[in-house]
Design a protein around this ligand. Structure first.
Ligand code: ADP
Ligand code: MG
Length: 616
């Protein structure tokens, strides 16, 4: 028998390995930024075009490469960073596999320019799909510039698999943040499609966080410092009251490398126990420094996982360090020289006598008004109008036989008929056929029996179709605000808002300006309360960040869904009779009334037959 095993040709083997290292443009960003850091650069520029699909370029002022090294750097397993297996346990660099450049060059058009300080001229190399197409001498500053163009040009399947530009850019910015946060001693800039998105000068850690996440972050940070034999912890946690619904701002760095660890995350969460509103997550920016011998990062080239020798001790130390800081912050103000003095009590208030707090009781308080109601009330003393109970009996005499699925066949009880039952009762003002159950469902009689509608989902459907229509016809009505509304966002949120601006305008938003960290709004869609605007935009940004796009992803669809979600009547909100009816009517005027925008059932029906069966 002939031998059947063959060695894969190099370029095929390289493509396969590339799949491991390079999953998306953000992976290229990570590898190139890390190489620049390993080269000792203190100024690094990242240039992005079309979310990295057209271009990812990193320019550094590091030590550069010699002519031979420039050529060698693209060979697989060519690295200057380790010489033997033992070095793996003494890693002080980001890279060590010598795989990144080889992998990137296998699936993109790469141009490398590099010059060492001691040389007068540098080298320029062009490599396309692992093949060096040219090598020349070039006049270039000391350092290295790597341009990666047309990623996955030779693997169309991978290229098609990339997500929308918004999502890919989001991943790139995440990667950029992680690297920039781990290295405040290096200046970073990010240019996206020709405009500067971030410019981060060399600074201390607090300033770096503020430069990335916006000036407002400064007051939210509580310092954490702990130095023990096994580990050093330094950084900040966010004050509990600023905790967010999304897990965005959570960063662990171990020896300046961003890592993810559910276990250590849990340590922080437990330190915050009792301090956070449910459903919110504390932010943290924590650097752990440990002996490189006690960790193993050689798990997977792109994974941000790490193995610690003694996780339990780490957990305990981290938890207690964070608890300690939170305690200090809550009980006595910490002596923090970086603290913004404006945040302390102003002098004029210091001598003011404190007044005994008055207890005021809001008698009209309805604990079910909000979703996060604490305890159900045993009894309500508020006198409810009694007009609604009768609708329970309405229409039972008429048995229909509409099919359960066919919502178009659902016909509502007419009012005249219901009213007639109570003709002799003088109190009847107007009889309705809807009834609200537990401030969550709207029960309505239908010819065949009854229907139960989920008010939150139903309203989402109504709003979603409205917004979608406005987005397509582009002539939504807008209501002018008396005073412009100023909202603060972090620079990366602004990137997203800028991308959605045109669509948002089609729904009725009017932006007077979108600046680096501030959005000024002078008009909102009709019916959107001013107080909701910041919540809507925050939710929208977080939805875009966490979006898992389907193949036919459209920005308008996401926007409509997100706004519908924010604005829909919540579970727990009590509705007037006419509001209930209006909602039911609007729902059944929708194109797809039977499901919410996220495909959840909006209503169920129960026929009288089914009810009858229950009474056997
Ligand atoms: P690794 O970083 O794991 O060593 P890479 O494929 O990323 O592997 O890089 C290969 C080698 O090329 C590095 O070990 C380094 O010597 C050299 N190199 C890569 N990028 C740079 C850079 N920006 N400046 C100087 N040398 C670089
Ligand atoms: Mg590398």
């Amino acid at each position: 028998m002939a031998d059947i095993i063959q060695l894969l040709p190099d370029h095929v083997a390289n493509q396969i390995a590339a799949g491991e290292v390079v999953q998306r443009p953000a992976s290229v960003v990570k590898e190139l930024l890390e190489n620049a850091i390993d080269a000792g650069a203190d100024t690094i520029k990242l240039i992005i075009k079309d979310a990295g699909k057209t271009l990812v370029q990193v320019i550094d002022n590091g030590k550069g490469m010699s002519t031979t090294d420039a050529r060698l750097s693209f060979e697989r397993h060519a690295t200057s960073k380790i010489r033997s297996a033992e070095d793996l346990f003494q890693l002080h660099t980001k890279g060590f596999r010598g795989e990144a450049l080889a992998s990137i060059a296998a699936i993109a058009h790469v141009e490398l320019k590099t010059k060492q300080d001691t040389d007068d001229v540098g080298n320029v190399l062009v490599i396309e799909g692992s093949i060096v197409t040219s090598q020349d001498i070039v006049v270039t500053p000391t350092g290295t510039s790597v341009s990666v163009k047309n990623l996955f040009f030779n693997i169309p399947a991978r290229r098609n698999f990339l997500k929308s530009d918004t999502v890919e850019l989001r991943h790139i910015i995440d990667e950029f943040h992680r690297v920039a946060l781990a290295h405040p001693g290096i200046s970073f800039a990010l240019y996206n499609n020709g405009s500067e998105s971030f410019n981060l000068p060399i600074s201390n850690y607090r300033q770096r966080i503020v430069n990335i996440f916006g000036a407002k972050t400064n007051e939210k940070l509580v310092p954490v410092e702990e130095d023990t034999e096994v580990l050093n912890i330094s950084g900040f946690v966010g004050k509990p009251e600023f905790a967010k619904k999304t897990r965005g701002e959570q960063y662990f760095f171990v020896n300046n490398r961003f890592i993810k660890s559910a276990y250590l995350n849990h340590a922080i969460a437990s330190a915050f126990e009792g301090l956070l509103k449910s459903g919110t997550h504390a932010s943290y920016f924590l650097n752990l420094t440990v002996d490189p011998q006690t960790i193993d990062i050689n798990i997977h080239p792109t994974k941000t996982e790490i193995k610690f020798d003694d996780e339990h001790t780490l957990y305990a130390l981290l938890r207690s360090a964070v608890k300690h800081s939170l305690g200090q912050f809550n009980i006595a103000p910490v002596l923090d020289f970086e603290r913004d003095p404006n945040l302390d009590t102003p002098y004029s208030y210091k001598k003011n006598e404190t007044s005994i707090p008055k207890v005021e009781v809001d008698r009209s308080f309805n604990p079910f008004q909000e979703e996060r109601s604490s305890k159900p009330r045993v009894a309500s003393f508020k006198k409810e109008p009694t007009e609604s109970w009768e609708s329970l009996y309405v229409g039972l005499e008429s048995k229909g036989n509409e099919s359960k699925q066919d919502f178009s066949a659902i016909s509502f009880e007419s009012e005249e008929r219901t009213a007639s039952i109570f003709d002799e009762d003088k109190q009847v003002e107007k009889t309705h056929t809807t009834y609200q159950l537990h401030n969550k469902y709207i029960v309505s009689t239908i010819k065949s029996g009854m229907m139960v509608i989920d008010q939150h989902r139903a309203h989402q459907r109504v709003l979603y179709e409205d917004f979608l229509k406005n987005l397509t016809v582009k002539e939504a009505a807008s209501q002018q605000l008396l005073f412009p509304l100023q909202l603060h966002f972090s620079p990366q949120d602004i990137v997203i808002i800028n991308q959605l601006k045109v669509d948002l305008e089609h729904t009725g938003f009017v932006f007077s300006s979108v600046m680096e960290e501030l959005v000024e709004i002078t008009g909102v869609p009709v019916g959107v309360p001013e107080s909701e605007v910041s919540i809507i935009l925050e939710q929208l940004v977080s939805d875009v960040e966490n979006e898992v796009p389907e193949r036919h992803f459209s920005a308008s669809d996401l926007l409509a869904k997100s706004m519908a979600k924010s604005l829909a009547i919540k579970t727990g909100q009590s509705l007037q009779k006419d509001e209930q009816e209006h909602l039911v009517n609007k729902l059944f005027a929708c194109k797809e009334p039977n499901v919410s925008p996220t495909n959840r059932t909006t209503f169920i029906t129960m026929s009288v037959d089914e009810l009858d069966k229950k009474f056997i």
